[in-house]
Design a binder for this molecule. Structure first.
Ligand SMILES: Cc1ncc(COP(=O)(O)O)c(C=O)c1O
Length: 455
C-alpha cells in the first residue's frame, strides 16, 4: 500500500524521473498523472480518480488489469523461481511457452529466441537475418547485408531498430550512428504519394518495393514490416493484399521477410497474429507487448527451421548466435505469458473480438463528420484519428497549437487516458473491454476533439 502523499510523489517525480518520449520542461510544469492501481479496464491515480485505459497501457493490456489468473501464475512461479539464466541451460516456463508459441504462430516458425522488449526482439531478428546469410554456405549470399524498411516505420529505440525505422523526428539526430538501410515507400493511403484513392489504388507502393527487390536482391538480407498496421507511423492501415504480395516478392527474390508483430500481435487486429489475415508465413517474427497480457516485460523472436539450422555446426565453426541478455527467458515473464495464452482460449477472446470490432467501426462513423478530423483508420482494436486544420487541403494544425496534447488532457479530465502520435489520436481499447466501456472511450474522445478543435 502506498503511504506517501500525492504531492510528495509529484515532487519526487519531477525531481528524479526522466520520462520517455516526454519533453521534461513541459512535464514539470504540469501536474503529473501518477497511477497507483489497475482493475479491469480502469486505472486509478494516487488521488483515487478512475480512468478508462484507452491505450491499453501503451498497447499491452489484453485481459484487463489485476486479472486473477495472471497474478496467480506470477505468484506461483515466484514461489518456485524468480530467475535463472537461459545461457546454456533451461527453465520450465520458457520451455512450455516456446512450445506454445511455436504452435500458435504461423506454421514454420518453430524456434523461439527470448528477450525483454520489442526493440530487442527486432534487434535480434536483424542480427539473425544478417548472420544467416553469412553462414549459409553459398558465397554469393554473403553480400546480402542490407535491410529494406518502410518510410515512417517504427521498430523500437535501440540503434539497430532505429536504423530500420523511418520516423525522422525520432531518428534524424542519431543518423551518424545508424547503419544504412534501403527505404521503400509506406502504404500511406490518406496521404498517398501517387495521389491514388481507395477506389483506384493499384498499390504503386508495392511496385516500388518490387523494383527495389529485383534490382538489389543480391545485397538485401531482409525486409522488415509491421504487418497490416504501421502503428507509430499513425495507425496506417495497409491496403488488402499488400502483405501477401510482399511475401511473394521476398520469396521470389530470395530475401527474408521479418514481421514485426510487436504491436499487432496477440489479438490486436482481430486475429491472434496480423500475418494470419493474409495467410502469410514470415521467416522471422518479432513479438512483445501483449505477449504477457501486459504484465511483465518479455519478447520473443521466432525463426523458421531453415534459419535455425544455418546456425548449427561444430564449436570451431563459430556458427553460434552470439547474443543473449541477462534476463532472457525470465521464468516470471514466461509464466505470465502462459497464463495469458490460457485465458485467450478459456475466454474465447479472439471470437469475442468480432462484436467489439464492429461496435468500434460503427462508433467511429460520427468522428468522420467532425470539422477537424481528416481521416479515421481502424484495423481490429487499433484506431487512429488524424486531426487536420483544413479537411480539404489536409493541412495539419501548427505544432505550436499543441492540439493533440490538449485533446488528451481534456479526455483525461473526463476520465480517459489516451495518447497521441503526432497529429493522430490513438485509441487502443483493452481487448477485454466491455461494449459500454468502449462507448465511454468513444464518447469522451469525440467530445474532447470537438471541444479542443472547434471551441
Ligand atoms: C511495431 C513495433 N516494434 C517495436 C516496438 C518497440 O517495442 P518496445 O517499446 O517494447 O521496445 C514498438 C513499440 O511501440 C512497436 O510498435
Amino acid at each position: 500500500m502506498n503511504t506517501f502523499k500525492p504531492e510528495q510523489l509529484e515532487q519526487w517525480d519531477k525531481d528524479y524521473v526522466w520520462h520517455p518520449f516526454t519533453q521534461m520542461r513541459e512535464h514539470r510544469k504540469e501536474k503529473p498523472l501518477i497511477i497507483e492501481r489497475g482493475e479491469g479496464s480502469y486505472l486509478f491515480d494516487v488521488e483515487g480518480k478512475k480512468y478508462l485505459d484507452g491505450i491499453s497501457s501503451l498497447w499491452v493490456t489484453v485481459h484487463g488489469h489485476g486479472k486473477e489468473e495472471i497474478n496467480r501464475a506470477i505468484k506461483e512461479q515466484l514461489e518456485q523461481l524468480a530467475h535463472s539464466t537461459l545461457l546454456g541451460q533451461a527453465n520450465i516456463p520458457s520451455i512450455l511457452l516456446a512450445k506454445n508459441l511455436a504452435a500458435i504462430t504461423p506454421s514454420g516458425l518453430d524456434y523461439v529466441f527470448y528477450s525483454e522488449s520489442g526493440s530487442t526482439a527486432v534487434e535480434i531478428a536483424l542480427k539473425i537475418a544478417y548472420q544467416y546469410w553469412q553462414q549459409q554456405g553459398n558465397e554469393k549470399n554473403k553480400s546480402k547485408r542490407k535491410f529494406v524498411s518502410l518510410v515512417n516505420a517504427y521498430h523500437g529505440d535501440t540503434i539497430g531498430s532505429v536504423s530500420v525505422g523511418g520516423i525522422d523526428l525520432f531518428h534524424k539526430i542519431f543518423s551518424h550512428l545508424l547503419f544504412e538501410t534501403i527505404n521503400a515507400p509506406a502504404p500511406h493511403c490518406y496521404r498517398c504519394p501517387w495521389d491514388l484513392s481507395k477506389e483506384n489504388c493499384s498499390m504503386q507502393c508495392v511496385d516500388e518495393m518490387e523494383t527495389i527487390l529485383v534490382r538489389r536482391r543480391r545485397e538485401i538480407a531482409g525486409v522488415i514490416v509491421e504487418p497490416l498496421v504501421m502503428g507509430a507511423a499513425g495507425m496506417l492501415v495497409m491496403p488488402e493484399g499488400y502483405l501477401s504480395k510482399l511475401r511473394e516478392l521476398c520469396t521470389k527474390n530470395n530475401v527474408l521477410l521479418i514481421a514485426d508483430e510487436v504491436a499487432v500481435g496477440f489479438g490486436r487486429t482481430g486475429k491472434m497474429f496480423a500475418s494470419e489475415h493474409e495467410n502469410v508465413k514470415p521467416d522471422l517474427m518479432c513479438l512483445a507487448k501483449g505477449i504477457t497480457g501486459g504484465y511483465l516485460p518479455l519478447a520473443a523472436t521466432m525463426a523458421t527451421g531453415e534459419i535455425y539450422d544455418a546456425f548449427l555446426g561444430e564449436i570451431e565453426e563459430c556458427k553460434t548466435f552470439y547474443h543473449g541478455h541477462t534476463y532472457t527467458g525470465n521464468p516470471l515473464g514466461c509464466a505470465a505469458a502462459l497464463a495469458s495464452l490460457e485465458l485467450f482460449e478459456k475466454e474465447n477472446l479472439i471470437e469475442a473480438l468480432e462484436e467489439k470490432i464492429s461496435f468500434l467501426t460503427h462508433g467511429l462513423e460520427r468522428f468522420k463528420e467532425l470539422k477537424h478530423v481528416g481521416d479515421v483508420r481502424q484495423k481490429g482494436m487499433m484506431v487512429g484519428i488524424e486531426l487536420v486544420e483544413n479537411k480539404e487541403s489536409k493541412e495539419p494544425f501548427p505544432v505550436e497549437a499543441n492540439i493533440p496534447h490538449r485533446v488528451i488532457l481534456e479526455a483525461r479530465k473526463n476520465g480517459l487516458i489516451i495518447r497521441p502520435l503526432d497529429n493522430v489520436i490513438v485509441l487502443m481499447p483493452v481487448l477485454s473491454m466491455s461494449l459500454s466501456e468502449m462507448k465511454d472511450v468513444l464518447d469522451i474522445t469525440c467530445a474532447a476533439i470537438k471541444k479542443v478543435t472547434e471551441g
